[in-house]
Design a protein around this ligand. Structure first.
Ligand code: PHE
Length: 337
């Protein structure tokens, strides 16, 4: 191509661009002139065949052509056009769907519980999973000969280090660090040397609650709070019943049943015809526990309760086997999303 031919080609190209009627036409001209295989890049590639002495003038003219074509395209809204990569992609194809995860049922129960108790003024307290003997047992009025302290029941690491068997040590920590009134829930992971079967796992989750105040706190307060929780968590018509029990750290102690949420108390397979489902342990904080954390048991009173997160999740979502909660099979988890 001579310089004169180049000038002609340039004039022709600018005329074509000026006449282009729509975006598709502009894009076609961009490809024709400045695209990867367009005529201007072809000329640049062919530069080596131009006689040496003509090369500078020719090169300048090609660059000028390119600049004018790009300016003309830009003026018509074509810009420099998409990059070569973008041109290769088919923008009309649907995107790739990686799938949305769902919140794990245990996280949902914990978060929902925290929200329910927050409406009653409870905050969330946290603590370590590795505990010492004092926080997990001694302060909770559990003597050394108690079977729960045994090596066959608890995971010990040396004399004074264990995987907490309950989240109650968080309540001890909270009381030692704060003055009453205290209103906390302590959700978290706990460990026991249980053989794993359909309803037991060596590692599970608890939510314990603690209310301590300088004004008298009663068992009736405890019952009303748990009744509210039952209704919010399981639905209307579900209420609570207390049965006498024993825990070293509460006196009196109770076991807490919810009305069966399936039959609403009439009796069905889920509740083994009793109309009730056991969900928690609770009671009035034993004065000896107050002594261990430096509170004056004459001046303060309070209640504590604790329930298993897996238990609530299994009842609420109708999950028959606790192990499903840990297998992370998305076919199971997605059903609860
Ligand atoms: N910590 C008890 C348990 O793990 C539950 C509980 C908590 C009972 C608070 C009474 C009061 O079984």
């Amino acid at each position: 191509m001579t310089l004169a031919e180049l000038e002609n080609a340039k004039a022709e190209s600018l005329k074509e661009i000026a006449a282009a009627a729509d975006a598709a036409a502009i894009e076609a001209l961009r490809v024709k002139y400045v695209g990867r295989n367009g005529s201007i890049p072809a000329l640049i590639k062919a530069m080596k065949d131009v006689p040496k002495e003509e090369r500078p003038a020719f090169g300048k003219a090609v660059q000028a052509w390119r600049a004018e074509v790009e300016a003309a395209l830009a003026a018509k809204g074509g810009g420099a056009g998409p990059s070569e990569k973008e041109v290769d992609a088919d923008l009309t194809l649907p995107g790739r769907w990686w799938g949305l995860g769902v919140k794990h049922p245990l996280s949902r129960v914990i978060e929902e519980s925290a929200a329910i108790f927050a409406r009653l003024g409870f905050t969330v307290a946290d603590g370590p999973e590795l505990e010492n003997r004092f926080n997990n047992f001694t302060a909770l009025n559990t003597p050394e000969h108690h079977p729960s302290q045994d090596r066959t029941d608890t995971f010990w690491f040396g004399e004074d280090c264990l995987l907490r068997t309950q989240t109650s040590p968080v309540q001890i920590r909270t009381m030692m660090e704060n003055k009453p009134p205290i209103r906390v829930i302590c959700p978290g992971r706990t460990y026991r040397r249980d053989t794993t079967d359909a309803t037991h796992s060596a590692n599970f989750h608890q939510i314990e609650g603690l209310y301590v105040d300088t004004k008298p706190v009663s068992l009736a307060d405890l019952k009303s709070v748990l009744a509210y929780f039952a209704k919010e968590m399981m639905g209307d018509g579900v209420t609570v019943r207390f049965r006498p029990h024993f825990f070293p750290f509460t006196e009196p102690s109770v076991e807490v049943d919810f009305t069966c949420h399936v039959c609403k108390g009439k009796g069905c397979n889920v509740c083994k015809q009793s109309g009730w489902i056991e969900v928690a342990g609770a009671g009035m904080v034993d004065p000896r526990v107050f002594g261990h954390v430096g509170y004056d048991a004459e001046k303060v009173s309070g209640y504590a309760f604790g329930f298993g997160v897996e238990r609530i999740a299994m009842i609420k979502y109708g999950i028959p086997d606790i192990r499903w909660l840990y297998e992370n099979d998305v076919r199971f988890l997605n059903q609860l999303g």
